[in-house]
Design a protein around this ligand. Structure first.
Ligand code: ADP
Length: 363
């Protein structure tokens, strides 16, 4: 059977294990030899015990677990050609010519580059007598299928990334808990939510928790936001509300591009309204815990589709990313989605928020 390897790379997210499990089982079902690569690209570069054959049972009992049981890492070596040369050798030695990469846009970019370089890497390995002529001819192409694992929902091309729904569950549980204590003491709570370039988690949290105000990177507030914020909080209290909730995305900025922090918001509230105001930074709790039913199903569907895509790939099939589009699993050109995602980040860096929102809306 064909050699398929699956690995997780970059930031972890809930649901990655469900995707890994589906890749392994769909691969075995289709008669492939399936491998885990542990610790992301680092394991691919280092080889040895980091690349192990998987079997049906080795992915039992992981579907519900957060994070990734096969480990993830950032890897400097893979950014340089010598590192990718070692990685190529490790794959060829094991007969692996199909990769499922589960990660963010960085990991997907690396995979695409690897695919493009594959022929020249193998030529170099052959020249150095590190692989045989037979191996060189047997593995002409490296097929790639990507799955986006990210709690931020920050990738263009898919309606939801694997992990976002579980992170929202964690956040909402935390906000609900805070609301009950805030209610008792008539407090104002400021919650900092993850999302450096993407306000999705913050926005959905705000809508579903009846927050009074939300700060997100894509839509910086008007210059007079301190006054607008205080007016709104006061208006809600006058209407009989006993508490106020303000959500601040980790990457929130003002219209000059300067960060808006929870501390800064607190100062505005305390100085102007003298309310009893507390900050809660949710931090890594958001990435943790068991995956939601949605993320488990999403991981399963993405994993199965990724392996199917690899098996159906021909010599001129581009690297693809498996995406959710209107509740359908679809295959999109990987680099196209990565470039669109990067264009959104660039538009925000350029303080062109209208363009950023427009580009993100198109995906
Ligand atoms: P994410 O995948 O979550 O966006 P990173 O951007 O940190 O996370 O990327 C994860 C890993 O992918 C990096 O540590 C590196 O090994 C690899 N990678 C990222 N970008 C590239 C690139 N341009 N070329 C080669 N490898 C890359």
């Amino acid at each position: 059977g064909k050699g398929v390897a699956v690995f997780t790379s970059g930031g972890d997210s809930q649901g990655m294990n469900a995707a890994v499990r589906a890749c392994v089982r769909m691969g075995i079902y289709l008669g492939c030899k399936v491998f885990f690569i542990k610790e992301g690209y680092q394991g691919m570069v280092d080889g040895g015990n980091n690349i192990v054959e998987a079997n049906w049972a080795s992915v039992s009992g992981i579907i519900h677990r957060g994070g990734t049981v096969i480990g993830s890492a950032r890897c400097q070596d893979f950014r340089e050609r010598p590192g990718r040369l070692k990685a190529a050798k490790n794959l060829v030695e094991r007969g692996i010519t199909n990769l499922v990469v589960i990660g963010g846009d960085g990991s997907l970019t690396g995979a695409n580059l690897f695919r493009q370089e594959w022929t020249s890497l193998l030529d170099e390995l052959l020249q150095n007598s590190q692989i045989t002529q037979e191996q060189r001819q047997k593995y002409p192409i490296l097929h790639i299928a990507g799955i986006v694992g990210s709690i931020d929902n920050d990738f263009c091309g898919t309606d939801m990334t694997v992990g976002t729904d579980s992170a929202l569950h964690r956040i909402i549980e935390a906000v609900d808990a805070i609301v009950s204590t805030a209610y008792s003491h008539q407090r104002t709570f400021i919650m900092e939510v993850m999302g450096r370039h993407c306000g999705y988690l913050s926005l959905i949290t705000a809508v579903t928790s009846e927050a009074d105000y939300v700060f997100i990177p894509e839509s910086p507030p008007f210059e007079d936001w301190p006054k607008r914020l205080c007016d709104k909080l006061e208006q809600e209290r006058q209407a009989g509300q006993r508490l106020n909730i303000i959500i601040v995305a980790e990457g929130a900025v003002d219209r000059t591009g300067k960060p808006i922090t929870a501390e800064q918001v607190k100062k505005v509230v305390v100085d102007n309204l003298h309310q009893d105001t507390r900050i809660t930074v949710l931090g890594h709790v958001q990435r943790g815990g068991n995956s939601s039913a949605f993320d488990r199903v999403l991981g399963c569907r993405m994993g199965a589709e990724a392996v199917l895509a690899l098996m159906e790939a021909t010599d001129d099939t581009e690297a693809c990313v498996v995406s959710l589009e209107g509740n359908q699993a679809v295959r999109l050109p990987l680099m196209d989605c990565v470039l669109r995602t990067k264009a959104v980040a660039q538009a925000m860096a350029d303080k062109n928020w209208e363009l950023a929102v427009e580009l993100r809306g198109k995906s």
